[in-house]
Design a protein around this ligand. Structure first.
Ligand code: FAD
Length: 229
């Protein structure tokens, strides 16, 4: 399949939100949390990179949240693309999906690791048995709390949703949570070890959080994660 860029806008200097459509299908079927692989031949080599879908299923459209990796092979190409340009994609895939929406859950993201949760968090509340959900989101600065309005709106509509951004380089004016997501884990869990924890971002954070959870007594099956590198 090929996906065409309808529009994009920058969430931060090197983070871009893209809206794609797949003209050859009426519906792109996927579960919130799954990814598509984008493929392109660059300098004679076929390059494939997976990207989490950052939107709920919506006809043949899907959205992505991409971080520009300057030394990277693929992202400089994606950041040079313009509306109307297209790229080959795979069918959506992946097991980073909500296992049991009737169970309390904690979502933890850093940076563009927020992408699947922009789909999974509203998706969680589409379930009639949805329970308590907390999203702990680590970024550096207040201006890089990507999709803040969306998550604030979700929290207004669902009192059982808590959106907790944490800033690692907060200004003195910031009155919210500061530091890394790891330092807010205990508060988010509230002493409980019976919920499912979903983690997405770069390996260092994911491994660190997993190690803390294991130490707290979490079973492997309760820790669902996606590593970007
Ligand atoms: C299941 C899955 C879903 C993903 N979803 C997203 C997504 O929604 N948005 C997104 O921006 N990326 C996502 N990624 C990462 C993405 O697939 C690419 O690895 C990334 O875009 C870098 O590609 P590149 O060819 O430009 O860099 P490469 O040439 O592959 O170089 C990657 C190198 O850059 C470093 N690096 C710095 N920042 C990143 C980063 N954010 N991700 C990966 N490597 C990084 C790594 O250390 C790595 O060694 C996902 C990865 C996986 C496995």
């Amino acid at each position: 399949m090929r996906a065409t860029i309808l529009e994009f806008h920058d969430l931060a200097p090197e983070v871009r939100h893209f809206v794609f459509e797949v003209p050859e299908v009426e519906q792109l079927l996927f579960k919130p949390g799954q990814f598509v692989s984008l493929k392109e031949t660059l300098a004679g080599k076929k390059i494939t990179r997976p990207y989490s879908i950052a939107s709920l299923p919506d006809g043949n459209r899907f959205e992505l949240c991409l971080n520009l990796v300057h030394q990277g092979v693929f992202t400089p190409h994606l950041f040079a693309m313009q509306p109307g340009d297209s790229v080959e994609i795979s069918a959506p895939l992946g097991f980073f999906v909500v296992r049991d929406p009737a169970k309390d859950a904690l979502f933890i993201a850093t940076g563009t690791g927020i992408a699947p949760f922009r789909s999974m968090a509203p998706g969680y509340f589409q379930h009639p048995l949805a329970r308590q959900l907390t999203l702990l989101f680590g970024v550096r600065h207040e201006r890089t709390i990507y999709y803040r309005d969306d998550f604030d709106a979700l929290a207004r509509n669902h009192p059982n949703f808590r959106f907790w951004p944490a800033l690692s380089r907060a200004d003195s004016s910031w009155t919210g949570r500061s530091g890394h997501v790891q330092s807010h884990l205990a508060e988010a869990l509230g002493g409980r070890t019976d919920l499912d924890v979903y983690i997405c971002g770069l390996k260092a954070m994911v491994d660190d959080v997993r190690a803390i959870l294991k130490e707290l007594g979490f079973d492997r099956k309760q820790i669902i994660f996606e590593k970007y590198d």
